[in-house]
Design a protein around this ligand. Structure first.
Ligand code: ADP
Ligand code: MG
Length: 140
């Protein structure tokens, strides 16, 4: 993590195994982004990034888990989402992060777009082990 979970509450965990779970993940991060008092524009950016990552977890990771919650760093509040799967991993990170590159039938803008939409973006992946993507958006 690039920040600590807020001391006063536990992060929430959600399974991502079906399409419905992607919708639930989106709702969960929306609620958090509102509670964090992100601006409307920043809420939308964070929710959009999280939706893309949730879909990747489902489609490419074969399902996985979302942990999300409020975070703190140096007195600042933010909202974080950690997407983790035990899927095939990403063999070439630079390629996967390239605008328009997809190994499936997508637009290839999920990872690269998500990185642009948030403040912190950490991609940790290993072939044969899985993929974890952490995103944070800080309140202004
Ligand atoms: N969780 C993941 N596990 C394995 N591969 C992934 C994962 N997320 C992304 N990828 C790889 O990165 C590529 C780019 O992802 P993305 O930018 O979201 O585009 P798209 O979803 O349109 O393919 C995917 O096509 C896939 O090969
Ligand atoms: Mg995608």
């Amino acid at each position: 993590m690039t920040a600590a979970w807020a001391a006063d509450e536990e992060p929430q965990t959600q399974n991502i195994a079906h399409n419905d779970d992607v919708v639930r993940a989106r709702q969960q991060v929306r609620t958090l982004a509102q509670r964090c008092r992100l601006s409307l524009v920043d809420q939308t950016k964070f929710i959009t990034a999280a939706s893309e990552l949730a879909r990747n977890t489902l489609v490419y990771g074969g399902g996985g888990e979302l942990r999300s919650g409020l975070v703190e760093r140096e007195g600042r509040r933010g909202v974080a989402a950690v997407f983790e799967d035990s899927g095939p991993g990403i063999p070439d990170i630079d390629l996967a992060m390239t605008d328009g590159w997809t190994s499936g039938g997508g637009l290839g803008l999920g990872l690269s777009g998500a990185r642009r939409l948030v403040d912190d973006f950490v991609l940790d992946t290993e072939v044969g082990r899985g993929t974890t993507v952490t995103i944070v958006k800080w309140a202004r």
